[in-house]
Design a protein around this ligand. Structure first.
Ligand SMILES: [Zn+2]
Length: 182
């Protein structure tokens, strides 16, 4: 049987039904489920938090593995509703990095999938993602920054990278102009 519904349009009650009955649906996938909890605009914060907990209870190993599979989504879910300082965010990312090492030290994952993961290295020494394992082709790995619909906190640092780069370029340009004017 097919779900034939977009996960990010389900109500809380529908999610709860799905968490019990997901085996009936051939097109169900747990990654999509977790991602949809951040994207679903029908849910308020409390509903999101309750469903995150329910989903993590239903798929404890997958939720743990999400730290490697899609750290961005994990971070967003795990810190739902929390007001994080820069230091808090850094600590949360450090925790994810430690969990990734734990997961990767499991031999099976190392041999089968290690090549799919690469360390984030955007060139900024202060980037909290440095050393974070990300799937090749994942948004974080590419350092692609999005300004449109993606409101996830973890991208802000990358937006900062770009803003900083633009500031530098403007400054360099301004310096050139001053030089020419003198
Ligand atoms: Zn970075």
């Amino acid at each position: 049987m097919k779900l034939n519904r977009r996960l990010n349009q389900l109500s809380e009650a529908e999610y709860r039904y799905l968490l019990v009955n997901y085996r009936r649906y051939t097109d169900f996938n747990s990654l999509g489920l977790f991602r949809s909890l951040l994207e679903n605009e029908r849910l308020d914060l409390q509903q999101r938090q309750r469903l995150r907990d329910a989903a993590a209870d239903a798929f404890p190993k997958f939720y743990e593995f999400l730290q490697l599979k899609d750290p961005d989504t994990y971070f967003g879910l795990n810190t739902l509703g929390q007001e994080l300082t820069v230091a808090d965010k850094r600590a949360a990312w450090d925790e994810i990095k430690r969990a990734q090492q734990r997961i990767l030290s499991n031999k099976r994952i190392r041999h089968r999938n290690f090549g799919l993961y690469t360390k984030h290295n955007c060139g900024y020494d202060t980037c909290p993602f440095n050393g974070l394992m990300v799937r090749q082709g994942a948004r974080l790995a590419e350092g692609v920054m999005s300004f449109d619909t993606d409101k996830r906190i973890s991208n802000n640092r990358h937006v900062d990278h770009r803003a900083e780069q633009r500031r530098r370029e403007r400054k360099a340009w301004a310096n050139t102009q001053n030089y020419l004017a003198e």
